[in-house]
Ligand binder design. Structure first.
Ligand SMILES: CC(C)(COP(=O)(O)OP(=O)(O)OC[C@H]1O[C@@H](n2cnc3c(N)ncnc32)[C@H](O)[C@@H]1OP(=O)(O)O)[C@@H](O)C(=O)NCCC(=O)NCCS
Length: 187
C-alpha cells in the first residue's frame, strides 16, 4: 500500500517522535460525526465501504472504534467488533505511519476488549500488508491461520479490491492473527 501520509516525526532525532506523539496526539471514541470519514477511509484502503471477515460482512462506519487526532486533524482510526469473549480488530488505519498512531489505537481497543471480558483479540490482513504483519507481531499477536488464494473469491464480491497491494506485492492470501488477553486484575 502507498504511504498515505508523511510521518510527522520522520526528520526528528530517534525517540523524539514518540515524545511528540505523547504530547500532541489524542484518542477519542469514534462518534457519529466521524462516520462519513470512516466510510471514505474504508473505501480508500479496502476497495469498498465494507470489509469481509471470514464469512461475515462488516460496515466499519457502523462499528465502535477510536479516532486519533493531532490538533483538529484526524490521523488514524480503528474499528472493532466484540462477539462473546473475542474481539476482532476490523480495521486499523494510520494516516501518518510509524509515529505511534496505530499503537495508541490498538491499546485503546485492547483496553475496551478487556473491560468487556474478552480473552482474545484477532484480526485479518492480506499477504501484501507487510507493515501490518510486523505491527501486529511486535504487539503480541501470532499467526493463527493462513488462507491461500482466498482473495480471488473475495474479488467476486468486491471487484474493486486491488490485485497489486503494498510494495507492489500481488494480493492473494489472507492471514489471521490473534492475541491472547490476560484478564484484568480483580479489584
Ligand atoms: C499497520 C498500521 C496501522 C500501523 O500503524 P502505525 O501508526 O504505523 O504503527 P506505530 O507507529 O504505532 O508502530 C510502528 C510499528 O510498526 C512496525 N513497522 C512496520 N513497518 C515499519 C516500517 N516500515 N518502519 C518502521 N516501523 C514499522 C514496527 O514494528 C513499529 O514497532 P516498534 O515501535 O515496536 O518498532 C499502519 O502501518 C497502517 O495504517 N497500515 C495500512 C493499513 C493496514 O494495513 N491495516 C491493517 C489491516 S486492517
Amino acid at each position: 500500500m502507498e504511504n498515505k501520509g508523511k510521518a510527522l516525526g520522520s526528520e526528528l532525532p530517534a525517540g523524539f517522535g514518540r515524545l511528540f506523539r505523547d504530547i500532541s496526539m489524542q484518542v477519542k471514541d469514534l462518534s457519529d460525526d466521524d462516520r462519513v470519514w470512516v466510510k471514505e477511509r474504508t473505501e480508500l484502503l479496502f476497495g469498498g465501504d465494507f470489509v469481509l471477515s471470514r464469512s461475515e460482512v462488516h460496515d466499519p462506519h457502523k462499528l465502535p472504534g477510536f479516532i486519533a487526532t493531532e490538533g483538529r486533524e484526524r490521523i488514524g482510526l480503528i474499528t472493532y467488533s466484540i462477539v462473546g469473549d473475542t474481539c476482532e480488530v476490523v480495521t486499523v488505519d494510520a494516516l501518518c505511519q510509524f509515529i505511534g498512531v496505530g499503537t495508541m489505537l490498538l491499546e485503546k481497543v485492547e483496553q475496551a476488549a478487556r473491560e468487556e471480558g474478552c480473552t482474545k483479540l484477532w484480526t485479518i490482513t492480506t499477504n501484501d500488508r507487510l507493515d501490518a504483519q510486523r505491527f501486529f507481531q511486535k504487539r503480541g499477536f501470532f499467526i493463527s491461520d493462513i488462507r491461500l488464494g482466498t482473495m480471488t473469491k473475495i474479488r467476486l464480491l468486491k471487484p474493486s479490491v486491488p490485485r497489486i497491494g503494498d510494495y507492489g506485492i500481488p494480493v492473494r492470501d489472507e492471514l489471521e492473527f490473534e492475541k491472547v488477553l490476560a484478564p484484568l486484575p480483580s479489584s
